[in-house]
Design a protein around this ligand. Structure first.
Ligand code: MLT
Length: 320
């Protein structure tokens, strides 16, 4: 019996290796669990374009939005683990979701083969253009004085824009009306047109609208100003040093995707992050690129465990 099991395991592993040698032979589907045009989609398309060149096959982005990104990630996690379905997860789907969904259908620490970190995305607090506050202090005073008047956009329970604003709102002691969207791409459109008052969002979605003056940036939640938005004060400068948060976006494959395939994907991602035009486009939008030590699946797997452990108590407490 033991011999049979060992022989079967060896056969499965050989089949995986053989499959990996010829991988990829057709286009790869990359699930982005939010609407097109938002931060996760922007990062995904930028790295996917260069990865496609390296892999010799197109990576096709599929937007599967819903439930703060957990709908798309659930679906992708259940796909055949053959390297032809991968996904762009983030700090919400793989860090916050376990704290906020009692019956989450996946475990971020167990149900994936981590491929690698794609980009860090600092958080900004942004308002509609004519919000009656010129800086973060005035904004906080207005939010406290007008609890029934203001509304805050987010991309669904557990999304980065949701979890980071839960934190912001709980630190200043307000509970505004929350307006959910399928992503912060469409939420930003409504912020620009003044339908919603404010949101906490990832920098890559915001740089061009802030520069154009169609929304106001109150602060960036980083220790230093971003080179992409040098005029925007840090939360520390704006009087709220306790609010510092940078989100992240990373590629995962379903559990049991052959190791050789995951390695090929990690190498292609690594190459994309070192490609001068790809790098320049990401930096222009304010992304923070992973250092050499923060690349690859092993590092990401360890990081996700730490993120789930870090966010679970913080979010449970902040959402009380
Ligand atoms: C998006 O791409 O829309 C965002 O990453 C949503 C979010 O998590 O806030």
């Amino acid at each position: 019996m033991r011999k049979c099991i060992l022989a079967l395991a060896a056969a499965v592993s050989l089949a995986g290796a053989a499959q990996a040698q010829t991988y990829p032979q057709r286009p790869i589907n990359m699930v982005v669990p939010f609407a097109a045009g938002g931060p996760t989609d922007i990062v995904a398309r930028m790295v996917a374009e260069n990865m496609s060149k390296t892999l010799g096959q197109q990576i096709v982005v599929e937007n599967v939005a819903g439930a703060g990104g957990t709908t798309g990630i659930t679906r992708a996690s259940q796909a055949k683990p053959d390297g032809y379905t991968i996904m762009m997860g983030h700090m919400g789907t793989h860090g916050a979701a376990p704290a906020l969904y009692a019956n989450l259908k996946y475990d971020p620490t167990k149900d994936f083969e981590p491929v690698g970190m794609a980009a860090g995305t600092p958080i900004l607090i942004v308002t509609k253009k004519n919000f009656p506050a010129k800086d973060l202090k005035e904004m906080i005073a207005y939010l406290k004085a007008n609890p029934d008047k203001v509304n805050q956009a987010h991309a669904g329970i557990g999304a980065v824009s949701h979890m980071t604003c839960i934190l912001f709102n709980s630190q200043i002691g307000v509970k505004p009306t929350a307006v959910p969207y399928s992503g912060t791409g469409p939420a930003l459109n409504d912020l620009v047109s003044g339908q919603v008052d404010y949101m906490c969002d990832q920098i890559v979605n915001l740089v061009s609208q802030i520069k154009a003056g169609s929304i106001k940036a109150m602060a960036i939640a980083m220790p230093e100003r971003s080179p992409a938005l040098p005029d925007v004060p840090t939360t520390k400068e704006a009087g709220m040093p306790e609010y510092e948060v940078t989100a992240w976006n990373a590629i995962f494959a379903p559990k049991d995707t052959p190791k050789e395939i995951v390695t090929a994907l990690s190498a292609a991602l690594d190459k994309a992050l070192d490609d001068a035009p790809t790098k320049a486009r990401l930096l222009e939008l304010g992304a923070v690129l992973p250092t050499k030590a923060e690349r690859g699946g092993d590092w990401l797997g360890g990081f996700v465990k730490k993120e789930v452990a870090r966010w679970t108590p913080v979010l449970k407490d902040a959402s009380k």
